[in-house]
Design a protein around this ligand. Structure first.
Ligand code: ADP
Length: 396
């Protein structure tokens, strides 16, 4: 086939125009590595004047770190010249006059002039393409992460749902059957002199309903705190009075012969979220009571010590304790130790307590010996104003 006229060898003007206006850099290099020819695009890409390039070694345009190996590759190319991309699969960089580097794509070709072999390099600046690729890659990464997170959340929710169903079907059964049997009995105690029996069963129903409410409340609290929907609202209050009210509140839970021993040390007025603190302590105290036997004591020790600028509260019991090998799981959702399975519970209380303590910028820890007892220790910073209003009042 005939060559198109525009590219026929006689049409020098056509070749000049191709060379002149090409938007890729074109370099002609001798086998010794000297730049024989460069087009305007090369000057633009590398920031050199035409005269500065002509006759220079091609390595001038190669970053310092790659110059030695480039000489080696160049020699190799002239030994077996063929049209091919340079450094296939590698990230190539070129060096501008001001020393900055930029990513390039280079294809190589060759020809002979007066028996002198020459190589042609076509240089494309791929900075923009690479930036676009990087942006795309970052976006894909970001989206993948979002997707993974929402999948994980979905999985966690599903897991929570099935664990809730398992827990609820177990924990709801006892109070529900208590309600049902008490109701049947209430119905049968019609006589006036059976008033006492009726009352006892009505109280049993009330306790069972309360039990169910506690389970639901715990579940909802956990969801709320996990969703970050619990807001801290600090107020100034008397911690000593607050603790006494709490003890009164848990009084009804005490088993035969159980009692709570209370000790208080330090300043009384503190600035804290009362509702959250109440929840934490109610949970720890009711666990202390629940997991202790009759006649045993639960201790509540509060130290609001200005010296350390923190409040330390210990809830200690002499109850069943927690098996050593299970202690690491205690704050996990729905976790219940083996020695607690015949005592009612959801396994959610401590998870909530831990998250609440952290919301108060505090810390929770515990130590426990099976059959000897458990001590939970919570610490949180004494916020400003905590003692200023009441600097003299210490209570042992
Ligand atoms: P629940 O008491 O409803 O089961 P919690 O989250 O409050 O849930 O407690 C998780 C588990 O930790 C309990 O099931 C029990 O095994 C153990 N536990 C918590 N407090 C005590 C305690 N004071 N004494 C012994 N075991 C405890």
């Amino acid at each position: 086939m005939d060559e198109p006229k525009a590219l026929s060898l006689e049409n020098e003007a056509g070749f000049k125009a191709l060379f002149q206006y090409a938007t890729v850099g074109i370099l002609v290099v001798s086998s010794g590595g000297r730049i024989e020819l460069s087009n305007p695009c090369v000057e633009k890409l590398f920031g050199y004047e035409k005269a500065e390039l002509s006759g220079q070694m091609i390595e001038l345009l190669v970053p310092e770190a790659f110059r030695d190996s480039h000489v080696h590759h160049r020699d190799g190319y002239f030994e077996r010249p063929k049209a091919r991309p340079m450094g296939y699969g590698l990230n190539l960089f070129a060096r501008k006059k001001d020393g900055t580097q930029f990513p390039v794509e280079i294809s190589l070709g060759h020809y002979q002039l007066d028996n002198e072999p020459l190589a042609v390099a076509f240089v494309t600046d791929i900075t923009e393409r690479q930036r676009f690729n990087d942006e795309l890659e970052a976006k894909v990464k970001e989206r993948t992460l979002e997707l993974t997170q929402s999948l994980e959340r979905e999985k966690e929710l599903n897991d929570m749902k099935s664990r809730f169903v398992a827990m609820a079907s177990h924990e709801f059964r006892t109070p529900l059957s208590a309600i049902l049997s008490s109701l049947t009995l209430v119905e049968s105690y019609m006589k006036a002199e059976q008033e006492d029996k009726r009352k006892r069963h009505i109280n049993r129903i009330r306790a069972s309903v309360k039990n169910l409410t506690v389970i639901l409340d715990e579940f909802l609290s956990l969801d709320k705190v996990e969703q970050g929907k619990v807001e801290i609202e600090r107020e100034l209050f008397d911690l000593y009075d607050f603790a006494e009210d709490l003890m009164e509140e848990v009084n009804g839970m005490l088993k035969q012969g159980q009692h709570i021993r209370f000790s208080y040390n330090g300043f009384r007025n503190i600035m804290q979220d009362k509702r959250i603190l109440r929840n934490i302590l109610l949970n720890l105290l009711s666990n202390g009571i629940k997991y202790s036997g009759e006649q045993q004591t639960v201790h509540l020790d509060i130290d609001a010590n200005v010296g350390d600028r923190k409040v330390v509260i210990k809830v200690r019991d002499e109850g069943i304790g927690i098996p050593h090998e299970e202690q690491k799981n205690l704050f996990s959702k729905f976790y219940r130790a083996k020695n607690a399975t015949n005592i009612q519970g959801t396994g959610l209380g401590l998870t909530i307590v831990k998250q609440y303590v952290e919301l108060l910028n505090g810390h929770i820890s515990f130590r426990s010996e099976p059959n000897q007892g458990t001590t939970f220790i919570i610490e949180f910073p004494l916020n400003d104003h905590g003692y200023e209003n009441d600097p003299t009042d210490r209570r042992q």
